[in-house]
Design a protein around this ligand. Structure first.
Ligand SMILES: [Zn+2]
Length: 114
């Protein structure tokens, strides 16, 4: 219980960092980078955080993805833009596997947009 509360108080990037540390696939990439291997083109580490092509890398099951989708699509600045503009906002900052489809599904499921 105490653990769940502390997670709520962590900011998005701290949470993502913890999630990356617990993601087996992404940890393989982190370890390779820490050993100076170039097995994963496009990836790099900065201050302990994993980036892909300059964008913060998230596990595909990250708890922060719903928040990012809300922020980019339907919060005050979101404005319920269509797929392309919502996706463009997101790819400026983050990347996760299956991102394109996840954004598409989110907008299809948005009640305000229907
Ligand atoms: Zn919408």
């Amino acid at each position: 219980m105490a653990r769940a509360i502390s997670v709520v108080h962590m900011n998005l990037w701290e949470t993502v960092e913890v999630e990356v540390a617990h993601d087996q696939e992404l940890q393989k990439i982190v370890v390779a980078l820490q050993h100076g291997l170039d097995d994963y083109p496009g990836y790099f580490l900065h201050n302990g955080q994993l980036f892909y092509q300059g964008r913060a890398m998230l596990p595909a099951n990250s708890s922060q993805i719903p928040l990012l989708l809300t922020e980019s699509h339907d919060s005050g600045t979101g404005g319920h833009l269509g797929f392309f503009r919502t996706y463009k906002k997101l790819i400026a900052a983050v990347h996760w596997c299956g991102m394109r489809q996840r954004v598409r599904d989110y907008i299809v499921g948005c009640h305000t947009c229907q």
